[in-house]
Design a protein around this ligand. Sequence first.
Ligand SMILES: Nc1ncnc2c1ncn2[C@@H]1O[C@H](COP(=O)(O)OS(=O)(=O)O)[C@@H](OP(=O)(O)O)[C@H]1O
Ligand SMILES: [Mg+2]
Ligand SMILES: [Mg+2]
Ligand SMILES: [Mg+2]
Length: 349
Amino acid sequence: MNERDGGEGQRKRMRAIWSKYFVKHVEGRVQQGILQSDIQSKADRTPVTVADYGSQVLISLVLKKELPSHSFSMVAEEDSEDLRKDDAQQILEHITSLVNETIANDDSYNMSLSKEDVLAALDGGKSEGGPSGRHWILDPIDGTKGFIRGDQYAVALGLLDEGKVVLGVLGCPNLPSKSTNKHNGSSSGDQVGSLYFATIGCGAKVQALEGSEPQKITICSVNNPVDASFFESLEHSKRDLTSSIAEKLGVQAPPVRMDSQAKYAALAQGDGAIYLRFSGKGYKERVWDHAAGSIIVTEAGGMVKDASGNDLDFSKGRYLDRDRGIIATNRYLMPMVLKAVQEAIDEEQ
Ligand SMILES: Nc1ncnc2c1ncn2[C@@H]1O[C@H](COP(=O)(O)OS(=O)(=O)O)[C@@H](OP(=O)(O)O)[C@H]1O
Ligand SMILES: [Mg+2]
Ligand SMILES: [Mg+2]
Ligand SMILES: [Mg+2]
C-alpha cells in the first residue's frame, strides 16, 4: 500500500482484490438484484443494505490477511448492533452467504465465515481513530441511497497516520472514467467503473476496475468561475445556499448532483471545477465520508477546505470537527469560492 507495506507487487495485488471482491462481486451483483428485504433502516433513518455490511466484512478481512504485521484499527461506518436483533437473522444469513460466495468465487483465500465471524468482523470497525497511530477509515458503501437507486456510489478506504490521511482508495463502479456528461453524470463511449487511488506526495491515479495501466489524474485548471461547474449532493445539500454561492461567483452551468464520494473522484479527474458540500444545520460530517475523496483531490492538485478556509482535521475521532460546510476546488478558484461562501453565509444569518 505504501513503501513500508511491501512495494508495487503488493499494491497491485490489493488493487486486483479490491476490484474483484468489493466492487464487482458484492456490490455489482447485489446492486442489480437488490430487494426490499436486503435493505434496513438505521436509527438515524438512513438506509443500510446487505452490500454495505458485506463490503465492510470483506475489506476488514482482506486488510488483516494482507497486512498481518500491522496493528489493526479501523474506523468504519457499520457495526453489528442491528444484526444481533432477533428479527435480523434472515438478513444476517444472507450477508454471510454473500460474503462466503464472494470468497469462494475467487482463489485468493480459502476460508468460510460463520454468522458470528461476520458480526465480529463488523465490530472490528469500532475504533475511535484519533491523532496518534494508524487507523483505516472505511465507508463500505458511500452513497447507499444512490446504490439503491442504481446511481453513483463509492467504496471508500483511507489510511490515517498520526492524524493525517496518507492514502485513499475510491472504487466507483458507475462513474465514467473521463468527461462526465455535466448534466446527468453519465456519457456514452467512456469506460465506466474505475478505481481511484492516491498516496501522500505521490499524486492521484485511476485505473479501470476491469484492470488497466494506472493513469495520473489532475484537477481542472479553470481559473474563471464563469467557466466553472459545481458538484453537490443529491439529497443532503442546502440548495438555497449553494445556488447563492454559485450566483455570486457567476457560475453559469447548472449544478451536477451526484451521490457519494464519486463527486471527489469526478472533480479529481477534471470533470468539474468545484464541489460544494453544505448539509443541514447541526449535521456532523463523518470522517469516512471524506478521507479517501479528500486525499484523491489534493493529490490531483486540488484543495479541500472547510467554510472558514481551514484544512479538514481527521484527527478528532469519528467526526470531523466542523459543521459549516466543505469546499473542494483548484487553487485558482479556492480564494474566490471561500469569499463567496462567507458572503452567502453572512446573508443567510
Ligand atoms: N442529513 C445529512 N446531511 C448530510 N449528509 C448526510 C446526512 N445523512 C446522511 N448523510 C451522509 O451523506 C452520505 C452520502 O453523501 P452524499 O454526498 O452521497 O449525499 S446524498 O445522499 O447524495 O445527499 C451518507 O453516506 P452513506 O451512509 O455512506 O451513504 C451519509 O453518511
Ligand atoms: Mg450510511
Ligand atoms: Mg458515506
Ligand atoms: Mg456508507
